[in-house]
Design a binder for this molecule. Structure first.
Ligand code: VGL
Ligand code: ZN
Length: 208
């Protein structure tokens, strides 16, 4: 149970009906040599590992997502989209950061696989037609008996934000521990706007 007086105590955050979703802690985002390095992305890996440890100790479910793109996709600036090349399937940049503690049995949800813009872990959107389709994340949460979702990882103002918003839309209580994420800030102020947007949607943004 979470008590108002110590709601930021991370070890108090998990129970068997909570799922921790670890978003896109991959080399391209978390390593300074990565293709779309999120400033400070490497520094949060140990904090994310603490969350994973606390979640597992409490019997919570832990799910990981990976951004997973084909070499050519309208997601990339070189192909008419927004972003530098990152997380191309099967490359070093798409691998989890080597320090991230991924349990052998943890489910891994890959998004963007067919060239879709997979910002939320729950869905992908065809960058040309705009058509949306679901990943297996929603089903995994249902099967785990999830009532509350803790979202962490990278980047805070892109995939973490969209995953948290979708989790709210699906009716979950959602917690975003701010200390465990970093913002990519494609445009200055994106980080602050993202925090406001998730707060407005009812996400519990906590410092710890
Ligand atoms: C992401 C930009 C492009 C993310 C993914 O994981 O936050 N950001 N693709
Ligand atoms: Zn991407």
């Amino acid at each position: 149970m979470t008590h108002p007086s110590n709601a930021t105590d991370r070890h108090d955050r998990y129970d068997a009906t909570t799922t921790l979703v670890v978003v896109d802690v991959q080399n391209d985002f978390a390593d300074p040599a990565g293709g779309l390095y999120v400033p400070g992305g490497d520094a949060v890996v140990p904090l994310i590992n603490e969350q994973i440890g606390a979640a597992r100790a409490a019997g919570a479910t832990v799910v990981f997502t990976q951004d997973w793109h084909p070499p050519e996709t309208p997601h990339f600036a070189k192909d008419g989209g927004t972003w530098p090349v990152h997380c191309v399937a099967g490359t070093w940049g798409a691998e989890f950061h080597p320090d991230l503690e991924v349990p052998d049995t943890a489910p891994v949800v890959r998004k963007g696989v067919d060239g879709g813009d997979g910002y939320s872990g729950f869905s992908v959107q065809d960058p040309v037609s705009g058509e949306r389709s679901s990943t297996e994340l929603g089903r995994l949460l249902t099967e785990a008996g999830t009532q509350r979702v803790v979202v962490t990882g990278l980047a805070g103002d892109v995939c973490v934000k969209e995953t948290a918003l979708d989790a709210r839309r699906l009716g979950y209580d959602v917690v975003l521990p701010l200390r465990t994420t970093r913002m990519v800030e494609l445009a200055p102020g994106d980080g602050e706007r993202a925090i406001q947007q998730v707060r407005d949607a009812g996400v519990e943004v906590v410092e710890g």
